[in-house]
Design a protein around this ligand. Structure first.
Ligand code: MG
Length: 159
């Protein structure tokens, strides 16, 4: 069996009075992200990359935002369930690579914590997790801080 590659993308609007959770890490900020769960768009992008690599439907299929069970849920739990889903199909992640696009807050100082959280949830060694953060250089909605977005790719191998 050959390795399977997947891609994920997610974007959430920023909103006052919401928690800001990215990659399983809570940031102190005067805004958070809109969403049914904790709105952790970085973790959602990773879930979609893993599901896509397995040829499975997206995160909304498994955890619909119409289901009250997922209201405010910690997205690390969703990521753990996605990885469990992969295991039942004889698959495991080999490595993942993520890019977070956020004009603010400053992400760099928290990257190691975020990687550690994603490593715990996926069972991957930290060294198999790539994570970069960039701004959008002031361009468009992302650049004006009206949303935060994330891209992810994941490689799956047989267990
Ligand atoms: Mg999302």
């Amino acid at each position: 069996m050959i390795p399977r590659i997947g891609h994920g993308y997610d974007i959430h609007r920023t909103a006052p009075g919401r928690p800001l959770v990215l990659g399983g890490v809570r940031f102190e900020a005067d805004f958070g992200l809109e969403g049914h769960s904790d709105a952790d768009c970085l973790t959602h992008a990773l879930c979609d990359a893993l599901l896509g690599a397995a040829g499975l439907p997206d995160i909304g299929h498994f955890f619909p935002d119409t289901d009250p069970a997922y209201r405010g849920i910690d997205s690390q739990l969703l990521l753990q369930r996605v990885c469990a889903e992969l295991r039942t199909r004889g698959l495991q992640p080999a490595n993942v690579d993520l890019t977070l696009i956020a004009e603010r807050p400053r992400i760099q100082p928290r990257l190691a914590e975020m990687k550690a959280a994603l490593a715990r949830s996926t069972g991957l060694p930290v060294g198999q997790i790539g994570l970069k953060a960039t701004t959008h250089e002031g361009v468009g909605e992302l650049g004006q801080g009206r949303a935060i977005a994330a891209h992810a790719v994941a490689l799956l191998i047989p267990r």
